[in-house]
Ligand binder design. Structure first.
Ligand SMILES: Nc1ncnc2c1ncn2[C@@H]1O[C@H](COP(=O)(O)OP(=O)(O)OP(=O)(O)O)[C@@H](O)[C@H]1O
Ligand SMILES: [Mg+2]
Length: 316
């Protein structure tokens, strides 16, 4: 092998395949060289900019990136010989950004050349576990094949383990995963995701899995203020905005909604905004002859928000 094991990638994925190799043959010796060659800071900055809140998660990701950059420099000086274990768990309530952050993580791992392709394959129990004897192994292996060179994201991972069934096929999937996590960790990173307390029980029942997970990231619930900002940024992304008093109405909406069952953080914000956009559309639709301005078409009014049944009014 002429290249070091973790040759620094030439450039981010966007570079056409035909481009000449951008990196000099000399292995990197400084953090700056690794950052420059991998462009990983751009992803970290994006993460910082695009995602509201999540300060502890962002910090952990910066720490992991630092570890990987230093590991690369150690490798280049022959100080590291083994691929670091990069399997992770993301725990947190619904809608706290686990899937979103997993996608960014895949990108970071790719830019630092810890995975070849950087794609993310998101699955749940049903994708891995079969209904009948003999069906699970081929299903799991098929998923693993798709995920090779990238990140396998297993959502609600605790459903893999069903102790109440004497011989649950989920156990078979876990055993195959364990093997691959150990033997092919230079080509696949597995992220186990799910809600906090259930994940804890799952890991306690599967110490073999738990011990192979290097990084546990905990996603906190968003505060109402953060949810408001998430709302602003989602609206801006869709070319909408809160009109006068509408943002205040939405803040009130959130205070009520948070206390209700099935509240799902940023996911509930997205769903609420979708319904509010529907109401805005119905409102405008009724004004057949009026010329609709840019302002009309982009602005949510308090009425679009207050018609929600969360306020106790009979509407969707
Ligand atoms: N910090 C944030 N800033 C802006 N948008 C966010 C943030 N967190 C989540 N979102 C948005 O909220 C939605 C739900 O996020 P995501 O699917 O990542 O959550 P999740 O934790 O995977 O949820 P679930 O457990 O329900 O799968 C997405 O549309 C995402 O873009
Ligand atoms: Mg998700």
């Amino acid at each position: 092998m002429t290249q070091p094991l973790y040759a620094i990638p030439g450039a981010p994925a966007a570079t056409p395949a035909a481009a000449p190799p951008a990196v000099a043959a000399a292995p990197a010796r400084t953090v700056a060289e690794v950052l420059q060659a991998s462009q990983v800071e751009a992803v970290l900055d994006e993460l910082e900019r695009d995602l509201v809140g999540l300060a502890p998660v962002k910090q952990r990701i910066r720490d992991i990136a630092a570890l990987l950059v230093i590991d690369k420099l150690r490798l280049n000086l022959g100080l590291a010989s083994q691929m670091p274990s990069l399997h992770m768990s993301f725990t947190g309530n619904p809608g706290t950004g686990k899937t979103t952050v997993a996608l960014r993580m895949a990108e970071i791992l790719h830019r630092l050349a810890y995975v070849r392709k950087g794609h993310l394959v998101a699955v749940t129990r049903d994708d891995l576990v079969g209904q009948y004897i003999g069906h699970t192994a081929p299903k799991t292996r098929e998923v693993l094949k798709k995920a090779m060179g990238g990140v396998l994201f297993i959502d609600e991972a605790y459903y893999l383990y069903r102790p109440e069934n004497e011989r649950d096929y989920g156990q078979e999937a876990i055993e195959i995963l364990l093997q691959v996590m150990e033997n092919q960790r230079d080509d696949l990173v597995v992220i186990f995701a799910g809600y906090g307390d259930r994940m804890e029980t799952f890991f306690r029942s599967n110490p073999g899995l738990s011990s192979r997970i290097a990084h546990h990231l905990d996603f906190p619930d968003y505060s109402r203020d953060e949810l408001l900002k998430i709302g602003d940024s989602m609206l801006a992304g869709m070319n909408y905005r809160f009109g006068d008093d509408a943002r205040a109405a939405f803040a009130e909406y959130l205070a009520l909604r948070i206390a209700q069952p099935h509240f799902a953080n940023a996911r509930s914000v997205r769903n609420a905004l979708d319904r509010m956009r529907l109401r805005q559309a119905s409102r405008l639709f009724a004004e057949r002859e009026r010329e609709l301005t840019r302002d009309d078409l982009t602005t949510l009014l308090p009425a679009d928000i207050r018609a929600s049944r969360v306020f106790g009014t009979p509407s969707a």
